[in-house]
Design a protein around this ligand. Sequence first.
Ligand SMILES: [Zn+2]
Length: 66
Amino acid sequence: MRAKKKPVPAEPTKGLVCPKCECRHFHVVEVSPLPEGKIRRRRECRHCGFRISTTEAAANDPARNV
Ligand SMILES: [Zn+2]
């Protein structure tokens, strides 16, 4: 029995898909820090200009309890 490659599901959280043109080519136009150690990123679709903003935990020290 050979080990087959598992089917890779569509990118879970990282793959941001444009709801308009369904592409994934976003570039960040703005990054603003939020309280609670988070950041907000404003992204713009390269193709249709659709804008979306995401809130992410700032990649700091995960072991640190803020
Ligand atoms: Zn788009």
